[in-house]
Design a protein around this ligand. Structure first.
Ligand code: IMP
Length: 202
């Protein structure tokens, strides 16, 4: 399938999440420095009304691209827990509540597992990156990383659910991992590699 390429110039990052913005800036550093966040432009954060990661990523990318008149990149991502039928999934941010307190969200996962007599579960992170164009077109890519959950949470690096997620083949959580090591294997890095190959000049 022919992919539409990024034409250069400004790229709006359609997120108000400082953790995602930091990771995307790190990932994009070799390709473009023209990143500006939707928050800095004063763009509103649209309500995530879709029922899939892909739907919500495209909704956010399209909203920011049409409002700004520039290409916009949106990230919709989350943690899926096998024993909880994939929850919190697309509701990962919402499980942290109004105050965006991920200690609360991680404890909620621990309690829901405990209610099933479990202390851990297989889990995976999903990241869908969508590049939106001002005419509403989107190019969309998905990455995933598998692992298991550990309690209590470990490490103070990363963001969100990183302290309870231990990727397969590793002894430490994303919360304990050097950011470069996380970037080498994460769901976001895997979606990003596809986006770069399809839409950017390496
Ligand atoms: P949304 O994509 O804005 O709906 O929010 C996704 C939520 O998933 C974030 O607020 C984080 O809690 C969680 N999440 C996504 N990616 C990561 C990650 O790389 N590490 C930890 N948590 C993540």
């Amino acid at each position: 399938m022919a992919r539409r390429r990024f034409p250069g110039g400004r790229l709006v990052v359609a997120t108000h999440n400082p953790g995602k913005l930091r990771e995307l800036k790190d990932l994009f550093a070799p390709y473009t420095t023209g990143l500006v966040s939707a928050g800095d432009l004063g763009l509103p954060e649209p309500e995530e009304t879709e029922t899939t990661f892909e739907g919500n990523a495209e909704l956010k990318a399209r909203a920011a691209a049409t409002a700004s008149g520039a290409c916009a990149l949106a990230d919709d991502s989350g943690l899926c827990v096998a024993a909880l039928d994939g929850a919190p999934g697309i509701y990962s941010a919402r499980w942290a509540g109004e105050t965006k307190d991920f200690a609360v969200a991680m404890e909620k996962i621990r309690k829901e597992l405990a209610a099933k007599g479990l202390t851990t579960s297989k889990a995976w992170f999903v990241c869908v990156l969508s590049l939106g164009f001002p005419d509403g077109h989107c190019e969309t890519f998905e990455g995933r990383v598998d692992g298991d959950l550990v309690f209590p949470p470990r490490g103070t690096r990363g963001f969100g659910y990183d302290p309870i997620f231990r990727p397969d083949g590793h002894a430490i959580t994303f919360g304990e991992m050097d950011p470069d090591a996380k970037h080498a294997m994460s769901h976001r890095a895997r979606a990003f590699a596809q986006l770069i190959a399809a839409c950017f000049d390496a």
